[in-house]
Design a protein around this ligand. Structure first.
Ligand code: GTP
Ligand code: MN
Ligand code: MN
Length: 588
């Protein structure tokens, strides 16, 4: 039975059901009874494996098809009416063509299956930040993941009332046919169509598809921002909490920083870090004129390999109950899970991520490098008391960062908001030798939004500049960090992880006007004595080395920026063109 009288929802659901032709339609009310029933069904069909309920209560394992293990950027399209509005960084498809092409693929794609209608909210239900979505899917795995990643259930319809303001998401596994896999976004229609995939980033439509691609477009229209950012709260010994939002590209450490455990010297003074979000932030100007943020998600969809008791104990603790693991190793001895980098004891009697008998001595990886956990946020030991707050948290600092072997210093502060937008727009990561064999190939990833911006990147930068004008002197300060400077042998110099607290400490001091800095052509760099090295085996010389700004490297960098900016033609805001010219002048 339908869970709403909302005519817009009912009409759209009818239309999609007529198209996809499922045998049955089930409305998801969010109750534990219904979810339990779905878990039982998924267990029976082997879609999910119930794990050891003493060691991992409420946890399940799922394996995707072997050719369906990651987001597919080349099959992801922004279907704006005008091609120019998708911009040079997105794939574009004409919306008419996309509806037509995918319509044919969706036609009868759910025959023999059940369609699940999922009402969900991105952001706490009832918060002025929040937005409703409805996803129709033929995958129980999607329903159970959405139950962790979003606030899901019939209350969402109550909050929606008879409004038309919800995002329409249609997903079908169809035949899981790689050749016909498409993830299409129709920003002008608040619509997402995803077909032939079963992988998280392509099918949990509330996450990247809605909360970043569609929401970034909505934010531009409505005067707010959807960003690929973690949000953390830093509590000082007096109990005051300052909030930081940070954008790093995928695999550059957002989940790690969001759940940071401060080093002993800080802990014993009473410093604490609180996690508000590890991947996405929605930012609005509050009644007080400051920038406020909420995490629209309700769980963590984190990379499993490398997560362990040392690297990220809070993330690991979050996965100990109510979690769905995807594409990790199945330990048959005690019916638990394992992945590379969890510990030094790979299970002897085990199946790899493909479900094949696996011998750790074979040298083959047991877990897929992009294997993931879907864990409830409330499991996280350092989850912020403000996690569910409907007004969000006030942001003091915005931090950008990427992987740069030599160019970017450990940390620097932009001169002002506009200069900060420039710093975000030139964000980049280098491929490491270990990863590809090619050293120093620079991939520009402005604001870590390259794969996620739902409209023209030049207009997106203009929106950032506009937000700064509205915020005026209440704007957060903008910084850039780089945990990844390497020595001549390619080793990371900065210890990173928990010790990144020392850098956050400087950032907050700068926001409070309590720390000095040296001005360089790129912005303000800390004085070495202002970064607290107490309790750390790290010399002031090493610190000076990673704080250094090499003018020759930066001159070369300006050429790369020039080339990149060239793509955006006259949609590149004049302010950024001016910023680049200023940087060039300062370097000469
Ligand atoms: P998505 O969830 O895909 O958006 O990415 P993410 O930004 O959350 O990246 P994630 O935390 O999964 O990236 C982790 C990778 O960064 C792992 O390889 C970590 O070892 C590495 N990493 C995280 N923090 C640090 C650090 O401070 N120093 C160094 N050297 N590596 C780090
Ligand atoms: Mn991400
Ligand atoms: Mn992450």
């Amino acid at each position: 039975m339908a869970l709403t009288n909302n005519k817009h929802v009912l009409d759209w659901v009818d239309e999609m059901i007529a198209l996809t032709k499922p045998d049955q339609v089930v409305w998801i009310d969010g109750s534990e009874e219904q979810l339990d029933d779905l878990r039982r069904q998924a267990e029976e069909t082997k879609e999910m494996i119930k794990l050891n309920q003493e060691k991992l209560p409420g946890c399940y394992l799922h394996r995707t098809a072997v050719n369906d293990v990651a987001r597919v950027e080349h099959r992801t399209f922004i279907c704006s009416r005008k091609e120019e509005n998708a911009g040079p960084t997105n794939n574009w498809m004409d919306p008419k063509e996309a509806y037509d092409k995918l319509g044919k693929l969706f036609d009868g794609s759910m025959k023999g299956r059940t369609a699940y209608i999922i009402p969900y909210s991105m952001g706490p239900i009832g918060s002025p930040f929040s937005k409703a979505g409805v996803e129709i899917t033929d995958s129980i795995y999607v329903v159970l993941n959405m139950a962790i990643m979003t606030r899901m259930g019939k209350e969402v319809f109550t909050a929606l009332g008879d409004s038309n303001d919800f995002v329409r998401g249609l997903h079908s596994k169809a035949q899981l046919d790689e050749e016909n896999r498409y993830i299409c976004h129709f920003p002008e229609d608040n619509t997402i169509w995803s077909i032939n995939s079963g992988y998280g980033g392509n099918v949990l439509l509330g996450k990247k598809c809605f909360a970043l691609r569609i929401a970034s477009y909505q934010g531009k229209q409505e005067g707010w921002m959807a960003e690929h950012m973690l949000i953390l709260g830093l509590e000082n010994p007096q109990g005051e909490v300052k909030y930081i939002a940070a954008a790093f590209p995928s695999a550059c450490g957002k989940t790690n920083l969001a759940m940071l455990i401060p080093p002993e010297v800080y802990k014993k003074q009473g410093y604490k870090v609180w996690c508000v979000g590890d991947d996405i932030a929605w930012l609005r100007i509050g009644p007080d004129g400051r920038l406020w943020a909420v995490n629209p998600e309700n769980g963590f969809f984190g990379v499993a390999p490398g997560t362990n008791e040392k690297s990220n104990p809070n993330a690991l603790a979050s996965t100990r109950q109510g979690t769905i693991f995807t594409n990790v190793v199945h330990n048959l001895d005690d019916n638990t899970v394992w992945w590379e980098g969890l510990d030094k004891n790979p299970p002897k009697n085990a199946l790899n991520w493909k479900g094949e008998k696996w011998d750790p001595a074979s040298g083959e990886k047991g877990a897929h490098p992009n294997s993931r956990f879907t864990a409830p946020a409330k499991n996280c030991p350092c989850i912020s008391p403000k996690f569910d707050s409907s007004e969000g948290v006030p942001i003091s600092a915005i931090v950008f960062g990427g992987r740069r072997a030599k160019t970017a210093p450990l940390v620097y502060q932009s001169r002002d908001w506009e200069n900060g937008v420039f710093v975000g727009s030139i964000m980049a990561s280098e491929t490491t030798a270990a990863a590809t064999g090619a050293v120093g190939v620079v991939r520009r990833d402005p604001m870590a939004m390259l794969p996620f911006c739902g409209y023209h990147m030049g207009d997106y930068w203009a929106h950032w500049i506009e937000m700064g004008k509205k915020l005026g002197d209440k704007a957060p300060k903008i910084f850039n960090v780089n945990w990844f400077r390497t020595d001549d042998e390619g080793h990371f110099i900065w210890p990173g992880f928990g010790d990144n607290m020392r850098v956050l400490d400087w950032i907050i001091k700068r926001c409070e006007g309590k720390a000095d800095a040296d001005e360089t052509p790129i912005g303000f760099v800390p004085k070495a004595e202002d970064i607290n090295l107490e309790g750390l085996d790290f010399s002031v010389e090493q610190l000076k080395d990673i704080l250094s700004v090499d003018k020759e490297l930066w001159k070369a960098e300006t050429q790369g920026i020039e080339e990149f900016y060239g793509k955006f033609g006259d949609r590149l805001p004049q302010e950024l063109r001016n910023q680049l010219n200023t940087l060039k002048a300062k370097l000469n």
